[in-house]
Design a protein around this ligand. Sequence first.
Ligand code: ZN
Length: 485
Amino acid sequence: MIRRIKWPGWLLLLILVIVVSSFFFSLLKKNTETIQAQEVIVSHGQIIDENDQNFETKYSGIDVVSKTKQTEIYTSSIVVPETGIEAIDKNVHEWLRNKEKEFLEQVDLNKDIFNEEHLAHLNIQMTTQQITSHIYSFIFSNYQYYGGANGNQDITTFTIDLKKGKILELEEVLAVNKDSVDTIYQLAFSLLQEDEERFSFVFEDQLKDALTKPTNWKWSLSSDVFSLYFDKYEIAAGAVGLMQVDIPLDEILTYINEDILIDSEKVEVGDIDKEIIESEWKELDPNGKYVALTFDDGPHPKVTPQVLDTLSEYGAKATFYMLGTQVEYYPGLVQEVARLGHEIGNHSMSHPNLVTLEPKRIKHELEETSLQIEEAVGFRPSTMRPPYGSYNDGVISLISDIGIPMVLWSVDSLDWKSRDKDEINKVILNNVHDGAIILMHDIHQATADALPHLMKELDQQGYEFVTVSELLEQNHGEIGPHSKR
Ligand code: ZN
């Protein structure tokens, strides 16, 4: 039987979380003066090392890293795809850099209004649509938040051909002529009309204008639809936000370049191993000494396997707070983590600062991630950790509704800041205590390098390595060891 945290337990947990986090924030406050633009950057090319990459990406030929930054005035998270093909990467990365630059210029202009209670936020996330074994669309959503109720959001798309080694133009996918444009206009118009309420906000002249100018289209392709995207205000009142219309490929097949859809090599993604059984929680000895090692922002195809190897040497269990985007790309690695008996937690899809998002987007970030994890391993994560440890009352009430306990940490390894194995060990060993929840990131090589010494030392000090849920369960009805200082 898998034991779950029951209602009263995690009500208490929320209280504990607040205690732990206020401790954390008080530390953060103390350190603010000394914090220089802290950066957690997964540098380009770091993971693309085919010789020692143990785990295959789901989308053959494409790797992805989440590039996260945290400073005293802003947080940012950018999903960066890598194909190793210069003609593709150069353009996509340049676009990403420009978006980041645009954001940083805005932050710089308004830097006086931002502080730790009012952070600016940049979140560029990416959806991947596979068309054939070598043709994909990337749909980037660029969300910039400077305060107020909502941020600005826009969409940019790229369709890439790994075989041709380039970004495809619309003309290479579709015969662009009066006939095809007319057909797409008619289809899109009637599809949008189906949602009467939403359509009442659409300005028909602007819609016509947008649909009949294919040079301006933001488009993507999947194996069954051709999609068009419209930014906020582009064709409708602002209340509607972004709009998307999906035109079934069957309806426009005569215009689609047949090279695009013929694909003898299309490989279906392998069946998910539903044999993975969620590990049972171990009974802990009330007199024992326990720590929960936690690893955020992965899985990373190169660093995570090294972390798993070291954990296995000690028969240790740990908790991995995974990003949905990474889970989608590396399901085999997620399965391996679960098969080894580690706990998997929800760390959102794209690492947004949740306090800057509307409730429905927070919900989407968390539910989509749980779904990705469930698709990979067959069960849902038991706990969640908010990106940057950032939350407010709204976030707490929302995650209570979703019914997934929130867990922060009591020891921050600061691995994202130091990127130095000795420093990581020093920070952890100076602060470790019974019941500690230790924050690390399985996306930095220094973290994997620090682990053998750290575990040896903690093992010698009599600590046992358990998952977050085991630690929390033990404290059911008591004051948790993770709230000790
Ligand atoms: Zn994180």
